[in-house]
Every structure is written in C-alpha cells, then in structure tokens.
Design a protein around this ligand. Structure first.
Ligand SMILES: NC(=O)c1ccc[n+]([C@@H]2O[C@H](COP(=O)([O-])OP(=O)(O)OC[C@H]3O[C@@H](n4cnc5c(N)ncnc54)[C@H](O)[C@@H]3O)[C@@H](O)[C@H]2O)c1
Length: 266
C-alpha cells in the first residue's frame, strides 16, 4: 500500500526539477498524477518514462498564468482519474535586477507565474477537492519568502505572498477537509539553480558551504516533503511554512567559526 494510494494529484511546473521529482514520488507511492507545464517535450517524455515503469502519470500542457487553462487542466484531471485530492502549485520563472531597473512588464509576468498562478490553482482546484470531501494543497514558496534577496524583488515578493495565501486558504477551508501548506526550499539542484549559477558571483562550492549540511539539495529530497504533506501522515498540518533548506537559514553566520569537525558554514 503506497503512502498516497488511490489519490489523484496535479503538479504544476511538473516537467522539471522539484515538480518532476514530485510527480515521480507521488506516483511511486500510489497516486495517479498529472504533470502540468509549458515544456511539452520534457513533460511528455517524463510521463512516458514513468508510465513505462507502470506508474499512473499523464502530462497536460498548462500555462499557469491562465485561469482558464488551469480550470481546464483540473477538469481533465477529474474526468480522467475521477477527482482531485492533491494540488502542488509549483511552477516558477522570474526576471530580476536592482529594483529601480526592473521593467514593470517583467515584474508583472514574474508575479503572474509565481503568485497569481497559485491563486488561480487554488481557485480552480478547491471546488474539485470539495466534491471529494477535502484534499491537500502544497504551494512551493522558498526561503526567499522570508528574506530579501539581491536582484530578486519579484521572486522574493511573490514567494512571501504565497505564504500568506497559503495561511488564508488553510483557515478558510480547514473544516471542509482541505489542508494547505507551503514548502520553503533552500538551494536545490535544478535547471533554475543552474540559471542562477550562470549569473551569480558565488561559486557552486561557496553556495554549498552556506548550507549547514555542506551541500545543495536534491529535487527528490524536496519531493519527499511534498509527499508527506500530500499524504494523510500530515493530517494535523495546515497553514504551515515548512523550511526544507539543509540549514541554509538556521544561523546568522556573524561569528564565522567553523562547524564541529571543521566544515565551513558561511
Ligand atoms: N531550485 C531551487 O533552488 C529552489 C529554491 C527554492 C524554491 N524553489 C521553487 O521550486 C519550484 C520549482 O522550481 P525548480 O527549481 O524545480 O525549477 P525548474 O525550472 O526546474 O522548474 C520550474 C518549472 O515551471 C515551469 N513553468 C514556468 N512557467 C510556467 C508557466 N507559465 N506555466 C506552467 N509551467 C511553467 C517550467 O517550465 C519548469 O518546468 C519553483 O516554485 C521555485 O521557485 C526552487
């Protein structure tokens, strides 16, 4: 018996990185999963590969900046698999720069993908979950939801907004069986992080040193937390912002002393 056996899940940004790892983990643990994304080749390949392993996975093209596309994707998930129990609002893309230099169109587009879309996902998904008597919504925020970050105003602003949207959904729908939690990852080895490495003055090794664990994280390690939140094992949790960051934000780093055993934490 899998940990989410019999549940139906929809994962946005499901073709790549954390989303793709989540699609796999949920399916491995017994869910029927729809991966929604705009990278159709990647999404189709993922669904085909996982179906080849005997897992129940389908891919849908869905631009999350469109409420109509999200509603259509929820409807097709319900008609193919019989309902919706788990929604992972996870897609992201962002522009950035120093605040005074950010083009307003870049700001709007970034917020559309990372904040409006989380609202759209909830708006489209909640009625389907209510039909099933409840469900679990997991929104991907970031440690950047708690802190400012250089050249990342649209990202940090959207991710902070996701945390309060999460809390609000949690308090509005708790008695109807819908739980809503956010995850806040540290640096995870995905194509998004590869883009950051291309422009950041920090080397990958320096970035790894910023985490108490001395390394960046793997998508599967984040997917395992989403799986927990999707499953009934987390039945007492709603409205939470779960930090999954390998200790990135655990310390202030003011003193600069090395770890026990000598590892850097800077
Ligand atoms: N990688 C990290 O270090 C890190 C850290 C904290 C939070 N996160 C968050 O994790 C989530 C997943 O990111 P990732 O690192 O796996 O990146 P990723 O780039 O591998 O995946 C993001 C996915 O979102 C999809 N997407 C972008 N715009 C879309 C749109 N309009 N409609 C539908 N899909 C769209 C992309 O095609 C891509 O497949 C994001 O919300 C990101 O902000 C990532």
């Amino acid at each position: 018996m899998g940990r989410v056996e019999g549940k139906v899940a929809l994962v946005t940004g499901g073709a790549s990185g954390i989303g793709a790892a989540t699609v796999r983990r949920l399916a491995e643990e017994g869910a029927a999963v729809v991966a929604a994304d705009i990278q159709d080749d990647k999404g189709e390949t993922l669904a085909k590969d996982l179906a080849g392993e005997g897992l129940r996975v389908a891919y849908r093209h869905c631009d999350v900046t469109s409420l109509a596309e999200l509603e259509e994707t929820v409807a097709s998930t319900v008609s193919e698999f019989g309902g919706l129990d788990v929604l992972h609002n996870n897609a992201a893309s962002t522009g950035g720069g120093y605040v005074a230099d950010i083009d307003p169109e870049v700001w709007r587009q970034s917020l559309a993908v990372m904040l409006d879309a989380v609202f759209f996902g909830c708006k489209a998904g909640i009625p389907a979950m209510l039909e099933r008597g409840g469900g679990s919504i997991i929104n991907t925020s970031s440690v950047a939801g708690f802190y400012g970050e250089m050249l990342s105003a649209p990202y940090a602003t959207a991710k902070a907004g996701v945390l309060n949207l999460t809390r609000t959904v949690a308090i509005e729908y708790g008695r109807q069986g819908i739980r809503c939690n956010a995850i806040c990852p540290g640096a995870v080895d995905t194509p998004l992080l590869a883009l950051i490495h291309q422009v950041s003055p920090r080397t990958p090794a320096e970035m790894a040193d910023m985490h108490a664990l001395g390394r960046c994280l793997e998508p599967r390690e984040i997917a395992n937390v989403v799986l927990f939140l999707a499953s009934d094992e987390s039945s007492a949790m709603t409205g939470a912002s779960l930090v999954v960051d390998g200790g990135l934000t655990a310390g202030t780093r003011i003193t600069g002393f090395p770890q026990a055993g000598g590892g850097a934490y800077r």
